[in-house]
Ligand binder design. Structure first.
Ligand SMILES: Nc1nc2c(ncn2[C@@H]2O[C@H](COP(=O)(O)OP(=O)(O)OP(=O)(O)O)[C@@H](O)[C@H]2O)c(=O)[nH]1
Length: 503
């Protein structure tokens, strides 16, 4: 702005308010007299700005003024001839945010949503700049008092009340978007990537069924995804199907056989006598345990152990029509993206700090306003059904589940997945210890599942966690004990020191 001697800055400001303020008529009445000319360029610029544009922003342009095509709201001022009668009604430019209101962004709408690394369906994953956790849920468990020895109420300090998550009535649907072969130290697996209508995460199924890649007769129907083998559109080409993983056998530069919706999971492949139900595991994501190699938990080891156990050849006893034989291992790991027992990585990291301050994993969750466990298994149920596992389909009799966690077995049964057996997972670091004198014998947990021989327990370490050996650490031991003592995991407790090896 050019200033002349006689200019009254307050009068200039008043004029600009009239030009750019929300109620020009009302303001005009109180317009003070001014004695100097305003810069015409300034007047033009101010007049071209919207009513919500203040004098501090007069030369800016705001969405949708110039950022959108004219059809969507901008008006081409370059075409204005100066004849105000031909001028169209002025578009009211407003500050328009592409984000949903903050209140809505922070509102968890289902049990699956509302974690800080998740976002509601149909909404951009825009996060508040401070990356605050979602409003914590009300504590519903009476497992622990969140008041520490200094009488400090952490629950109050770290959380605020909120209404409980609403259950989502929509049936869960999943679709396998792609599948590929991954060679592992335990043998080949097929990695399946799933999308669901429940959340925006990429859940996975690690299918172990190497018989599919050989030309030998199958002892049982292959474990294949119905949604992957389905035809997705009339125009889908064979190449597109093969690239997304809808093929049979193993791909090679010279061999590519596309699958079709019916060819590979029909009742036409009978189950050979004596083939046990597929062995499965429902595993929840643990970035720290699986990627960083954290020894605060047993998650990395469990993932490795599950792949190893499912990959073991299955011995079939002799029958009147055949000699004893062995078939390749078969089963699947459903890998759910529910980090930190569903509270998300950010909260888990905070929980670890509370754990370093002396609290156990359950109390730390409660102190942060979370439940001890916030996971759901509806998506796992839907993925198992998509893979034809756990139903009486094709003569298969349910699944055997690798877990110590009773909640998982119950959740699968609620999903109408037929669980015929729970197979315990003994932590490797506990396998060569003596059971504690007061360890309760757990009905239905024959220890015959524990590898009997020392050499089976200490394999050579692999380059990564998968294929790695046994690790032991104080934090890990504490975590394992808490799982048994506070979360009801079905494991016998073991002595502190590895005195007499069991095996
Ligand atoms: N909040 C929290 N989560 C943890 C902690 N340690 C591990 N986890 C999470 O616990 C979950 C472990 O889940 P799973 O591997 O499915 O196993 P599980 O529920 O322990 O039951 P099992 O089937 O018997 O192994 C993962 O999501 C880990 O990220 C912890 O200290 N705090």
């Amino acid at each position: 702005m050019r200033h002349h001697q006689s200019i009254d800055p307050d009068a200039d400001a008043a004029l600009l308010d009239i030009l750019t303020g929300p109620t020009p008529q009302a303001a005009a009445k109180s317009f003070a007299r001014r004695d100097a000319a305003l810069d015409p360029l300034l007047i033009a610029a101010a007049a071209a700005s919207g009513p919500h544009v203040t004098r501090n922003h007069y030369h800016h342009d705001f969405f949708p003024g110039v950022m959108l095509p004219k059809a969507e709201g901008s008006w081409d001022w370059t075409k204005w001839t100066g004849d105000s009668s031909s001028r169209p009604e002025r578009k009211r430019f407003a500050y328009v945010s592409r984000q949903a209101p903050r209140r809505q962004r922070l509102q968890p709408s289902t049990a699956e949503e509302g974690k800080e690394n998740d976002y509601p369906r149909g909404m951009d994953p825009l996060k508040p700049a401070d990356n605050l956790p979602p409003v914590p849920k009300k504590r519903r468990s009476s497992l622990a008092s969140p008041i520490n020895s200094e009488g400090r109420n952490w629950s109050k300090a770290l959380s605020s009340p909120d209404s409980p998550p609403k259950p989502d009535a929509t049936p869960v649907e999943v679709k396998c978007m792609a599948r590929t072969r991954i060679p592992t130290p335990h043998g080949p697996v097929f990695l399946h990537l799933y999308h669901s209508n429940r959340d925006a995460k990429e859940h996975l199924a690690i299918v172990i069924d190497p018989a599919q890649t050989s030309d030998d007769a199958l002892a049982a129907p292959p474990i294949r995804s119905r949604s992957l083998d389905a035809v997705w559109s009339e125009t889908e080409t064979e190449a597109e199907r093969i690239i997304r993983g809808a093929y049979i056998g193993r791909l090679s530069p010279t061999l590519q056989r596309p699958s079709n919706p019916s060819c590979h999971h029909s009742a036409s492949i009978p189950v050979m006598t004596g083939v046990p139900s597929p062995l499965i595991r429902i595993h929840s994501e643990c970035f720290t345990g699986e990627t960083v190699g954290s020894m605060r938990c047993d998650c990395g080891e469990q993932l490795d152990e599950a792949i190893r156990q499912i990959s073991q050849p299955i011995a079939l006893p002799a029958t009147s029509s055949r000699k004893s034989t062995a078939i390749p291992g078969r089963g699947a790991i459903i890998y759910l993206r529910q980090e930190g027992r569903g509270i998300g990585l950010l909260s888990k990291i905070r929980a670890y700090n509370l754990q370093d301050m002396g609290h156990d994993t359950v109390t730390a969750n409660l102190m942060l306003g979370h439940k001890a466990d916030e996971r759901g298994y509806e998506i796992a149920g839907a993925i198992l059904r998509d893979l034809g596992l756990g139903s009486d389909h094709a003569g298969l009799e349910g699944v055997r589940v690798l877990t110590n966690n009773p909640d998982k077995v119950e959740a699968l049964q609620r999903e109408n997945i037929r669980v015929v057996e729970r197979v315990p997972m003994i932590p490797r670091s506990w396998q060569n210890r003596k059971p504690q004198a007061d360890a309760k014998s757990l009905p239905g947990d024959p220890l015959s599942y524990i590898p009997r021989k020392q050499k089976e327990m200490s394999r050579a370490s692999g380059a990564t966690l998968i294929g790695g050996g046994t690790v032991y650490g104080e934090d890990l031991d504490k975590y394992l004990r808490t799982k048994v003592l506070r979360m009801g995991h079905m494991l016998p407790l073991w002595m502190e020191s590895p005195e007499t090896p069991l095996y």
